[in-house]
Every structure is written in C-alpha cells, then in structure tokens.
Write a protein of this length. Structure first.
Length: 331
C-alpha cells in the first residue's frame, strides 16, 4: 500500500501542476484573442488617448479603477457571510476564493466554472455546501440584475426604441416569471430538498440534501442582507460602465446612460455565454441599443472592452496566480 501511495502522490502533483499551467495558458489565449484578433488594438488605444485629453477624463477612468476592488470586496463579503455558516473563513480568504472563481468563470458558459474555482480553500467535507452557497450568492445577484434591468428596459424601449409589442410583452412576461422563480428559490431553498426526495437516494443526493438542510435555517434578515449587498454591487459596476461611457464620449446624458447600461445588463443576464464571449455579445448589443443617440461605435466598443479588462481580466489573472499558489490559503 505504501508503494502504491508513493507512486500516486507524484502523479497527483504533476496533474495539479498541469491544470494550473492550463488555466494560465487559456487566460493568456483569451486575452490575446480579444486584444489582437477580435479588436483593433491600435484603434482602441487611440480612442483611449483621445479620451484622456478631455476634461475630467482622468477623473472618470480613475474612478472606474477605484471601484473595481470595491466591486469584488462586496462579492467577497457576500461569500464570507455564506461560507462562515459552515466553515471559518476570513475576508482575506474569501477575496482569494472569489478571485479564483473569476479565473475559472471567464472560460466557461454561464460562469459555471466559478463553482469549481471558489472551492479553493474550502475543506473537502464542506464543498457540497460551498457549491450551494455559491448558488445562493449567484441567485441574489441575478435577482437584482434581472429585476432592476427589467424595469429599466421598460423605460428604455418605451422612450428610445420601437419594438414590436408582442415581442416586448413576451420578454416582460418571461423575465417576470424568471424573477419570481429566482425569488422563490432564494427564500425557499428548502424546496430543493422536497424535489430531491423523489430521486433515488444516492450518496451525492444525500450530500446535497444535507447541504440544503444546513442552509434552510438561514433567517430572512441574512438573505435580505445578501440581496442588499448584491444591489450595492450592481450599483458599483453600473456606475463603472456609465463613467466609461462618459470617458469615451458615447454620451454625456446621465439618464439615457443608466437606462442603456441597465438594459444591457438585463439582456446579457439571459445569455448563457462565458464572459470571454459575452464581451463580444455585449459590445454588439451596446452598439444596437445606443445607436439611437450616438454614432460613436468605437467609443461604445472601447467602453465595453475596458470594463471587461478592468472587472474581469485583471481579477482573473490574479485568480490564476492564486490557483497556482494554493498555499496562499494557509494561515
């Protein structure tokens, strides 16, 4: 047995190293494709330098950079609130775990890789609970994104765009049902246990049911606190996008910018794409939405791409380093 273990241990270390290198390589490839293949980096660079020279240019861009760590700190506080229900987990560890999740999420549809990335630093016995905790955290953010986005989309389409009434009403109906379903799942997580009771009680089903039972006792005060943090975080990254729109000269009107960005987030929330591809979809949607009051296509693309770099690529690179240095989680 000792010989077998001594043979397997080096193999596990080799696999771990290979996976870490693969994560970093994929991140580098995604960044290269977005910078040099999908976009003309010289045009984007020129747009940036022109914007810096404008009044308040540096102020707008600096504010966006300052808000980036606040954005992920808020998500880390959410994560910490949920994880400490079953495992001691400080804010520092929560931030490292969240950044690891960003690194994995950027490569997968619907950010599904985030679930695996956030398991770094979680004890193996608690990982089913951590997966459920991440589900609750994601639900809270989607409730805000879709709920507020739906309201803003109503005003935006009604004010600035002509859309077929049937298509619009179908969108409103489907989104309302989705928000109601998300709210039900968020506040009644115990209903999942009732659904799982109808399945054959395999080991993995039992683990999930045990995890559900541990979270079904969360009081509404805590859940509303999680929703409140999600709302503040939504306000932060909405503000970042609006500031970038001002910075790149897309528009100088606050209300149209807020309505356009909220509508964009609402539409994007319904697209199960990895963030690396959603930046392209978001850019195309932004061009379509804001064409009603601007012809500055390059500014729209530059604002969209800059937000992707600041809010996702930089944290993802940090997350990739964290994954490769798992000992950072050691006290």
């Amino acid at each position: 047995m000792d010989k077998l273990l001594s043979f397997i241990a080096p193999k596990k270390r080799l696999i771990s190293i290979c996976l870490k290198v693969l994560v970093l390589a994929v991140l580098a490839m995604i960044l290269y494709i977005q910078l040099f293949v999908k976009n003309d980096i010289s045009d984007l660079s020129g747009q940036f330098h022109n914007s810096v020279s404008l009044s308040f240019g540096w102020f707008y861009f600096t504010a966006v950079l300052v808000l980036m760590p606040i954005n992920w700190l808020l998500e880390s506080i959410k994560w910490n609130t949920l994880v400490t229900k079953f495992q001691p987990f400080g804010i520092k560890k929560s931030m490292l775990s969240v950044l690891s999740g960003v690194s994995m999420a950027i490569m997968t549809p619907g950010r599904i890789g985030e679930y695996g990335g956030r398991l770094v630093g979680i004890q193996s016995v608690n990982r089913p609970k951590a997966i459920l905790a991440n589900l609750i955290s994601s639900l809270s953010q989607n409730i805000i994104n879709i709920g507020l986005g739906l309201v803003m989309a109503l005003f935006f389409f009604n004010t600035y765009m002509e859309i077929q009434q049937g298509v619009f009403l179908s969108l409103v109906f489907a989104s309302t049902l989705l928000v109601c379903a998300l709210l039900l799942a968020f506040f009644r997580i115990d209903l999942i246990d009732g659904l799982l009771a109808y399945l054959p009680q395999y080991k993995w089903v039992t683990k999930i049911r045990n995890s559900v039972s541990s979270f079904s006792t969360i009081d509404n005060k805590t859940l509303f606190y999680i929703l409140g943090l999600s709302f503040i975080r939504y306000s932060v990254y909405l503000s970042q996008y609006v500031l970038l729109i001002f910075f790149f000269g897309v528009t100088d009107q606050l209300i149209p910018a807020i309505l356009g960005v909220s509508t964009l987030f609402f539409l994007q929330s319904n697209l199960p794409l990895p963030p690396a591809l959603s930046v392209l979809a978001r850019g195309e949607m932004a061009i379509f939405l804001w064409s009603v009051f601007t012809s500055n296509v390059l500014g729209i693309v530059a604002a969209t791409f800059s937000l992707w770099i600041i809010n996702l690529v930089i944290p993802a690179i940090l997350g990739g380093f964290i994954i490769s240095q798992a000992n950072l989680f050691e006290d």
